[in-house]
Design a protein around this ligand. Structure first.
Ligand SMILES: [Zn+2]
Length: 246
C-alpha cells in the first residue's frame, strides 16, 4: 500500500509494475486501484492520464482521483479485455500530459513570484488547467489589472537559461524563515516538515508546494499571456506555454 501523501515522490518516473487491488465498472467508467501508482491525481489542477496494462486487458486512464482515505489513486477510464484484482500490471503515465501539467504549474509559480515582487504584496495563486490553456487566479489582486501586462515580459526573462527547479524538505520554522511568515497562514500548522520549491537562479523566495513541476525553467517555452481580467476581488491571468524537449 502506498503511503498517504500530498505529492508525488518520483515525478520524473513514468512506469511501474504493481498489482490490481480493486477493479469495477461504475457510472459509465472502469475504476482501477493498484497497490502502487506513479499517477498524479487531479487536486485540483491537471492530473495524469495513461494506461494500465495487464496480461488480459488494458485500461485507458482518462482521470485520476484519490480514494476516500487519500491513500491510493483511483484510475478511471475505459477497459479493453479483462482486468481483475490480483492481476499483475504495468502502470504507464502519459508523459506529454505530465510534462504539460508540470510546465503550466511551474509557470504559475513564476508568475506568482514575479507579481509578489513587482507589487510588493503576498498572495495565493491558484491554477486552473483546461485542455487549451491555464488560468492563474491571484486572490485579492484585482486592483493590479493595469500592471499585469508587465508580467509576461518579466517572467520571460527567467525562461531562457539553465535554472533548476529544486524541491527540498525543511522543518516548519526553517521553512517559514525562508519562504516568509505569510505562509504560516497558508500551510496547516499540523505539517511540521514542509516541501519547498525554489526557482534556482532567480531572486524569488521558495514556496511551499506539493505539486508536480518541471525540473528546470529551461523546459518552458512560448509563454504567452492570453487574457487578464478582474473577477470580483481576484485577478485571472490566462496563459499558454509549452514543454521544451531538452
Ligand atoms: Zn508547485
Amino acid at each position: 500500500m502506498t503511503e498517504p501523501r500530498l505529492y508525488l515522490e518520483r515525478p520524473f518516473d513514468f512506469e511501474n509494475e504493481t498489482e490490481v487491488v480493486a477493479a469495477k465498472s461504475k457510472k459509465g467508467s472502469f475504476r482501477v486501484t493498484t497497490n502502487c501508482s506513479l499517477m498524479e491525481p487531479e487536486n485540483p489542477e491537471g492530473g495524469d492520464a495513461g494506461e494500465i496494462l495487464g496480461t488480459n486487458g488494458v485500461v485507458r486512464v482518462e482521470r485520476v482521483t484519490w480514494d476516500g482515505n487519500l491513500r491510493n489513486q483511483v484510475h478511471l477510464g475505459t477497459l479493453e479485455g479483462q482486468l481483475i484484482p490480483g492481476d499483475r500490471v504495468t502502470v504507464r503515465v502519459d508523459r506529454a500530459r505530465r510534462r504539460r501539467n508540470g510546465v503550466y504549474h511551474t509557470v504559475s509559480h513564476l508568475l506568482t513570484s514575479v507579481a509578489r515582487e513587482q507589487w510588493a504584496t503576498d498572495m495565493i495563486g491558484k491554477l486552473q488547467l483546461s485542455p487549451e490553456d491555464g488560468t492563474l487566479i491571484l486572490l485579492g489582486q484585482g486592483d493590479h489589472l493595469d500592471h499585469a501586462a508587465a508580467l509576461e515580459y518579466a517572467a520571460s526573462q527567467y525562461l531562457a537559461a539553465d535554472r533548476p527547479v529544486s524541491v527540498t524538505f525543511l522543518d516548519a520554522d526553517q521553512a517559514v524563515a525562508r519562504c516568509g511568515t505569510f505562509f504560516q497562514g497558508v500551510v496547516p500548522s499540523s505539517i511540521r516538515r514542509w516541501r519547498v520549491v525554489e526557482l534556482d537562479g532567480t531572486p524569488f523566495p521558495p514556496i511551499p508546494c506539493g505539486g508536480v513541476h518541471v525540473d528546470n525553467l529551461n523546459k518552458v517555452t512560448n509563454l504567452k499571456i492570453t487574457a487578464i481580467v478582474r473577477v470580483g476581488d481576484d485577478l485571472n491571468i490566462g496563459y499558454t506555454c509549452q514543454y521544451a524537449d531538452a
